[in-house]
Design a protein around this ligand. Structure first.
Ligand SMILES: CC(=O)N[C@H]1[C@@H](OP(=O)(O)OP(=O)(O)OC[C@H]2O[C@@H](n3ccc(=O)[nH]c3=O)[C@H](O)[C@@H]2O)O[C@H](CO)[C@@H](O)[C@@H]1O[C@H](C)C(=O)N[C@@H](C)C(=O)N[C@H](CCC(=O)O)C(=O)O
Ligand SMILES: Nc1ncnc2c1ncn2[C@@H]1O[C@H](COP(=O)(O)OP(=O)(O)OP(=O)(O)O)[C@@H](O)[C@H]1O
Ligand SMILES: N[C@H](CCC[C@H](N)C(=O)O)C(=O)O
Ligand SMILES: [Mg+2]
Length: 497
């Protein structure tokens, strides 16, 4: 699908050669047969559920002028293809071809694009990179879970959009004058070649822990998908910025060095080139000391959570790796602001008890977020945790266990049960947190969590972050943790502080 209905391109201009059929001009690109229009090139992709070859017959009926698929897709639709004069383009890697074709169809993207991968921290790192650039007066956006944000905004359904949406958004960003983009590379996106065709200046690695095993099946396959960013997408003249505090960091460095890619290591590890030397916490943020090229620097971060300093330095490293001046980058750090739904202060009770909302939805993130709150909290730490339906089921008891280990009081509640039975999901989380209180209704659990706060206590509402809905079955009911925290405080204390 394209926005510009008058655009036409030959197969040749799109870098494609037809094995059979005529040689038409293409009027648009589609991956879904239901969206095909007259003259479109339909990509029949091997899917997780079904092969897109099964939909070639419908795409042809909708007027597709060309079909790109693999041998299996062509076999499924052999009869329909033989009876049609549509061009047939065969390739072993239709998803890669889709990405390359979408990049040619939509044209140039902003000059500087960086991408970050890792289980946790992608949205945070890409948002900080965008904030750094904007402070340096560059026209910048970040692109990922929270949509396109920055000097130009645009909603997105996926963390790494499929190539047609991605290249359309990148080309539109360029047309709006955007010069710098920081994007998230999700493991699904990498595995499905969604970002192939994007010319990266630099790529970052935050960390590697459990998530998405429902899709990737094994840790090895999950890691390999992520490594595609460094082994396939990042050009040899690009630079990699790698957190070497993560146990997998050294492996990522080795993969980059094998290709002769310049590496900037980041972390608390003494060997890190951008080295976090010390951190001191207070009620509203932290002071950090760090080293770069034999110089020592200090900065005040108005951000809660020790791990945010790791994310900030990774973002700073990516800006430096893609051409910004290091000292100018460091000067922006005191101006960075909380990323929506990440350790976001949501409300304070009259007695001083405070409420934070965080997007922790993996075992490691739950542990990290709760540990990060400790130095800022004098009293007890209360956690509300739940796990999503139709997602990695193995992480559920581990998320419960992380909450039980790092909080003093735990409530287990619902977080987007989707097609699954919410009680079954909660039971799995409770396996890891047998002492926790189970309160299925999320609003009620927030009310109970806020009610449990005394002076000096804090509540972490984990899992939904910036989300504004609770997905139950196919319905998305409006739900916002930040809003519910305020509602609970005003219900209990009479008015808001
Ligand atoms: C599991 C997954 O990633 N699925 C993606 C995949 O779909 P699929 O392989 O399951 O598709 P399928 O249902 O088997 O169908 C095969 C093909 O037939 C086509 N089709 C299907 C039906 C029809 O009538 N006509 C038709 O042409 C489909 O468009 C598809 O191309 O390929 C599609 C086309 O590229 C994607 O849109 C789709 O993303 C779905 C919507 C999705 O929800 N993905 C999520 C899990 C995701 O990608 N999340 C990541 C991670 C977020 C994080 O880090 O936490 C993200 O980047 O957002
Ligand atoms: N560097 C980090 N190390 C460990 N945990 C982190 C780190 N950064 C963020 N987190 C935790 O992970 C949560 C999600 O952070 P963020 O949204 O930046 O990650 P993401 O990788 O974009 O997630 P998604 O896979 O949903 O796109 C945060 O709310 C926090 O709890
Ligand atoms: N992008 C993540 C978000 C999870 C957030 C949590 N609220 C859930 O629904 O599990 C995923 O789709 O796995
Ligand atoms: Mg994200």
């Amino acid at each position: 699908m394209t926005d510009n209905t008058t655009q036409q391109m030959s197969l040749l201009a799109l870098g494609l050669t037809a094995q059979a059929g005529r040689n038409p001009d293409i009027t648009g690109l589609s991956v879904d047969s239901r969206e095909v229009k007259d003259g479109h090139l339909f990509f029949a992709l091997p899917g997780a559920q079904v092969h897109g070859g099964a939909f070639i017959q419908y795409a042809l009926r909708m007027g597709a002028a060309a079909v790109l698929t693999d041998a299996q897709g062509a076999e499924i639709a052999a009869e329909e293809l033989a009876a049609s004069d549509a061009a047939l383009i065969l390739t072993e890697d239709p998803r890669g071809a889709l990405a390359q074709t979408a990049s040619l169809w939509f044209g140039a993207h902003p000059d500087t694009v960086i991408a970050v991968t890792g289980t946790n921290g992608k949205t945070s790192v890409s948002t900080f990179a965008r904030q750094i650039w904007v402070e340096m007066e560059q026209a910048a956006v970040n692109l990922g879970t929270t949509g396109v944000e920055g000097v130009w905004t645009h909603p997105l359904k996926h963390t790494t959009p499929e190539p047609i949406t991605l290249h359309r958004a990148l080309a539109a960003a360029r047309a709006e004058g955007v010069s710098h983009v920081a994007m998230e590379a999700s493991s699904h996106g990498l595995d499905q070649r969604r970002l192939d065709g994007v010319m990266l200046s630099a790529a970052g690695f935050s960390n590697f822990t459990q998530d998405h095993l429902d899709y990737h099946k094994t840790f090895e396959a999950y890691f390999d998908a992520k490594m595609g960013l460094f082994t396939r997408l990042l050009p040899e003249d690009g630079a990699a910025v790698i957190n070497i505090d993560d146990p997998k960091g050294a492996e990522v460095v080795a993969l980059c060095e094998e290709r002769g890619i310049e590496v900037i290591t980041v972390g608390r590890h003494p060997d890190a080139r951008l080295h976090l030397h010390a951190q001191r916490f207070d009620a509203t943020g932290q002071q950090i000391l760090f080293d770069w090229q034999r110089g020592r620097f200090s900065a005040r971060l108005n951000l809660i959570g020790g791990f945010q300093a790791d994310n900030v330095l990774l973002a700073a490293g990516l800006c430096i790796a893609s051409g910004s001046d290091a000292e100018e980058v460091f000067d922006t750090l005191p101006y960075l602001t909380t990323v929506r739904g990440r350790m976001q202060h949501a409300a304070t009770r009259k007695n001083g008890g405070s409420v934070f909302v965080d997007y922790a939805h993996t075992p490691d993130a739950v542990a990290t977020a709760l540990q990060a709150m400790r130095p800022h909290v004098m009293g007890k730490l209360v956690a509300i945790v739940g796990a999503g339906g139709d997602r990695d089921a193995g992480k559920r008891p581990l998320m419960g266990a992380a909450a039980a280990e790092h909080a003093d009081v735990v409530f287990v509640t619902d977080d987007n049960p989707r097609s699954e039975d919410p009680a079954t999901i909660r039971a799995a989380v409770m396996e890891g947190a047998p002492e926790a209180t189970e309160v299925g209704d999320r609003a009620e659990s927030i009310l109970r969590g806020v009610d449990a706060l005394g002076p000096g206590d804090a509540l972490l509402i984990a899992g939904k972050g910036h989300e504004t809905g609770q997905t139950i079955g196919d319905d998305v009911l409006p739900f916002d943790d930040v809003e519910q925290a305020s509602v609970a405080v005003s219900a209990l204390d009479g008015d808001l502080i």
